[in-house]
Write a protein that binds this ligand. Structure first.
Ligand code: FAD
Length: 159
């Protein structure tokens, strides 16, 4: 049976993920962020993570040029932020970021944040895999529950 894009998408929807907003800087130094659920822990020694970005993503060049990015792990209260950073169009300036430790823009109210240095990129189908070495990581604000993406919808963990 052929694995059509619709079948692939709906089968992969059975795999629940957390949600992150990955941030970097535009040409003029303005913050840029994009919603990403392809975030994965990759290695402990050294600490590596990976994300997969669409080759058509309008902000892809920012990640390639800056070579560093922040990862903001969203709480269950941040579905609105996730939708904002998944919108079409590259203008993401209507959001108040905070300045992160290494000059990267970060979001407030997240469960945790990381700063990463791009150490490798690999083309893969219609996406690009970015491998990031974690240079800084921190739990943020109050402890809470993660935002969960499942079957194309936002949900949260049961009590
Ligand atoms: C829960 C969740 C998880 C996600 N996880 C990921 C992930 O892991 N990786 C990932 O890559 N994405 C992911 N996304 C999707 C991602 O957030 C969006 O695709 C992204 O924010 C869209 O931004 P864009 O500026 O590229 O959009 P678009 O505006 O759709 O731009 C896409 C392309 O079209 C071009 N374009 C747009 N408008 C025009 C026009 N008028 N004329 C000509 N060209 C045009 C742009 O230049 C760009 O190249 C996720 C979304 C959600 C909701």
């Amino acid at each position: 049976m052929e694995v059509t894009p619709d079948l692939f998408r709906s089968v992969m929807g059975e795999f629940a993920t957390g949600v992150t907003v990955v941030t970097t800087l535009c040409n003029g130094g303005q913050p840029y962020g994009v919603t990403v659920n392809s975030f994965t822990s990759l290695s402990l020694h050294p600490p590596l993570i990976l994300i997969c970005l669409d080759r058509e993503l309008s902000g892809l060049e920012h990640f390639e040029r800056v070579g560093r990015f922040g990862v903001n792990i969203l709480s269950e209260e941040q579905a609105e932020e996730s939708a904002f950073f998944a919108q079409h169009g590259s203008n993401r300036s209507g959001f108040s970021y905070v300045q992160g430790k290494e000059g990267l823009p970060l979001l407030e109210g997240c469960l945790a944040c990381l700063a990463c240095q791009v150490v490798d990129t690999y083309p893969a189908g219609d996406h690009v895999i970015l491998i990031g070495r974690v240079t800084w990581a921190e739990h943020r604000s109050k402890p809470g529950k993660p935002l969960v993406f499942y079957a194309g919808r936002y949900t949260s963990l049961a009590e």
